[in-house]
Design a protein around this ligand. Structure first.
Ligand SMILES: Cc1cc2nc3c(=O)[nH]c(=O)nc-3n(C[C@H](O)[C@H](O)[C@H](O)COP(=O)(O)OP(=O)(O)OC[C@H]3O[C@@H](n4cnc5c(N)ncnc54)[C@H](O)[C@@H]3O)c2cc1C
Length: 443
């Protein structure tokens, strides 16, 4: 009997529950290497990202990896953690262990897909398996080919919302053992110094999911979902969904059992509705590939924006003339999270009030958000910048009006220090003359 050694490359599927690709690997090989690579200089999705991972995003990721490592140990496995590129480490493992099968869950990240394609090309003798585990549907479920993905969310929703969705598969009970790995394998870093809004890992994700439904918060989601501050106004499933510690099907399964056993109403429907938004952007990213990061998005002409480094810096640090935006940005910088309403407001301000190139805003969120997800982040930014799936062209939010509706007492602005800013947007004019000095000399 031939002896098969497989390699499973973890990515945005950091779980043992409802992980069809891992289940496939477990069924097909005699030994398995479970690998996660975090390149120390991880490239951003586009060339425009100003930095890499915020402390909150990094901490959440390391907590998720540590939890995965523990789960794997209970199954007789381990997580091999590397700071090298998969393109460097996988060839070594192939040679050392005579690997015949490589597995990875599907991914919407352009960089991750490039790595996969390069491995495929380089090793034609190896069998490569990739299965979708990040979505509710599979491509084959749709009554249209991917190339004909509807050009707006509403059209997409109407065509898919009544389709059957496969139930999640149970957590694995056993995995093939790992071969002995030689060489240096770093420990998964532990960061203790950040107070976190969310703790990473599959166990934490499950506990949060249970807690959310046990407290019956789902029954009032539609009324509360536009809140700005606090844990309970929206589901907060996004951090665990983004790195795959929880699967979308597991969440939907729990929602359906709540609807069956407790209550089904407009609010519970609306959670499904929002999960379909996420779903749309995942398929949108698959459909448009690299264009998710293009200045002109999926349109043919580029937006009329420019780049002002000073405005960008002020937006990032929450020092603009718009208190609601400042409050949101300070909240983001301190916690790694902002509400959906907050994201819409800061993005609209970035594009319309500050006249900046939307890709820099998206790249900043990529760096900061604990729930960063390529498809949802870049897809939503495109939508708000008028170069995405918005039939109306672009959305400009009236920031004063929005403040009156969503923060009428200004409690959120006060809590996050939104009123503290230096009052001006630019210190130089269009010809680079210092604005204050010019005014002084006129007086
Ligand atoms: C500019 C901008 C950037 C964004 N970047 C991200 C991102 O990087 N990662 C991310 O997960 N979401 C992103 N979103 C979408 C949305 O803001 C978050 O999913 C949501 O705020 C997460 O909080 P929640 O889990 O409590 O959401 P809930 O309101 O409870 O919604 C439940 C789930 O539905 C999905 N969802 C809700 N709204 C959206 C939406 N507009 N687009 C896609 N999925 C949605 C999420 O998976 C969410 O967890 C972005 C939105 C905007 C406007």
């Amino acid at each position: 009997m031939p002896h098969h050694v497989g390699l499973f490359l973890f990515n945005n599927d950091l779980r043992v529950d409802d992980n069809p690709t891992l289940a496939r690997a477990a069924a097909e090989v005699d030994q398995l290497i479970c690998l996660y690579c975090l390149e120390s200089r991880q490239p951003p999705s586009s060339l425009h990202a100003p930095g890499y991972l915020s402390p909150q995003r990094q901490t959440f990721l390391f907590q998720s990896l540590a939890d995965l490592h523990n789960s794997l140990r209970k199954l007789g496995q381990r997580l091999a953690f590397s700071t090298a590129s998969p393109l460097d480490i996988i060839p070594q493992l192939i040679t050392q262990h005579d690997i015949s099968q490589i597995y990875c869950s599907e991914n919407t990240g352009h960089y991750e897909n490039q790595i996969w394609q390069r491995l495929l090309k380089r090793y034609p003798m190896i069998s490569f398996t990739r299965i979708a585990s990040h979505t509710l549907f599979e491509q084959a479920d749709f009554p249209f080919p991917l190339a004909e993905l509807p050009d707006s969310f509403s059209k997409f929703r109407k065509r898919v919302e009544r389709l059957d969705i496969k139930p999640p598969i149970p957590p694995l009970k056993q995995l093939p053992p790992s071969p002995e790995l030689s060489g240096y394998w770093p420990e998964i870093p532990v960061i203790l110094s950040h107070s976190m809004l969310f703790n990473g890992g599959e166990r934490e994700g499950f506990a949060h999911l249970e807690n959310y439904f046990e407290r019956n918060l789902a029954s009032s989601y539609k009324q509360t979902r536009n809140g700005l501050d606090g844990m309970d106004y929206s589901t907060k499933f996004s951090p665990w969904l983004a790195n795959g510690s929880l699967s979308a099907r597991r969440i939907l399964g729990r929602l359906r059992s709540y609807e069956r056993d407790v209550e089904a109403n407009d609010s519970t429907f609306w959670i499904y509705f929002e999960l379909l938004w996420r779903e749309y952007y995942q398929w949108y990213a698959h459909r448009h590939g690299k264009r998710l990061f293009d200045f002109s998005g999926i349109k043919t002409s580029k937006p009329k924006t420019s780049f002002y480094p000073e405005r960008f810096q002020k937006w990032c640090s929450g020092n603009t003339p718009y208190p609601i935006v400042n409050a949101c940005m300070k909240q983001l910088n301190s916690t790694g999270y902002i509400s959906n309403r907050g994201r819409q407001l800061v993005a609209s301000c970035f594009v319309h009030e500050l006249g900046l190139d939307w890709r820099y805003g998206a790249a900043y969120m990529e760096q900061q958000l604990v729930d960063y997800d390529p498809a949802s982040n870049w897809g939503n930014w495109q939508y708000l910048a008028g170069v995405g799936a918005d039939p109306r062209g672009h959305r400009r939010f009236d920031l004063a009006k929005q403040t009156n509706i969503y923060d009428p007492e200004r409690a959120f602005i006060e809590r996050w220090g939104g009123d503290s800013h230096d009052g001006s947007l630019d210190s130089v004019d269009a010809a680079d003359w210092p604005i204050h000095k010019a005014q002084e000399s006129v007086q």
